[in-house]
Design a protein around this ligand. Sequence first.
Ligand SMILES: C[S@@+](CC[C@H](N)C(=O)[O-])C[C@H]1O[C@@H](n2cnc3c(N)ncnc32)[C@H](O)[C@@H]1O
Length: 249
Amino acid sequence: MRASVACKALLAQTGAFLLAFLAFKAGPLLGLAPGPLFLVALQSAFAIFLSGLLRLPWWWLIIQGLFLPAVLFTLSLKMPPVFFLVAFILLCLFYSSNIRERVPLYLSNETTGQALEELLPKQPSFNFLDLGSGPGGLVTYLAKRNSFGTFHGVESAPALFLISWLRLRKTFNANVRYGNLWRENLESYDVVYAFLSPAAMPELWRKAKKEMRRGSLFVSNSFAVPGEKPARTLRLKDARRTRLMIWKM
Ligand SMILES: C[S@@+](CC[C@H](N)C(=O)[O-])C[C@H]1O[C@@H](n2cnc3c(N)ncnc32)[C@H](O)[C@@H]1O
């Protein structure tokens, strides 16, 4: 699915370039001399049209239409090439998981932290896991407020892992691991929290059902598991109107 969106976007751009090139060649035959601005506008219009034909989501039509003008505008700024290299490396360090997993970076807020605090087991020495822990804000928040449990995070974006590791290195009851959440065995955790994306939920649910212990809690922020009704849903009174869906395994 991910690959097919990227392929369709590429296909539409390539098709639009070809059509604009044909128009450029055909212009003189028809007694017309299309100028560069007209050709850019034509390429953008073709890119939007072809993206629509290929049934790309509507926001892709905006991206596709703005692609060539944005490239030309950026080139006109004559920035040193190293700027693009640095920007590319930074994007990879922060967002590498987005490309692979279709999980963007957005953070759990304090209201969510408070709601999760209420859900934590009351007995000592439980284990909490944040799957895709980002810069470690949630793990840090919970670890500071609850000394009964140990709070774990797993994160695959190198820069986010590094930030969370630096944040947590002196916290006795929390840690974060650099790695892929799909390789994490969920058996030893009493509460597993996920704030990922709709794309990850079906596979994650299969994993949770297979690995999590009876009685443990699986909490998903905002994203439902298709066809699986949660035992409880908390609707938080924050600006995002966060929904926490809770399953008792
Ligand atoms: C929506 S953010 C949530 C961050 C944090 N859990 C919070 O609630 O504030 C999702 C995070 O999951 C990470 N992620 C995505 N796929 C991952 C994977 N396969 N393994 C580990 N982390 C992943 C992303 O890099 C991102 O930091």
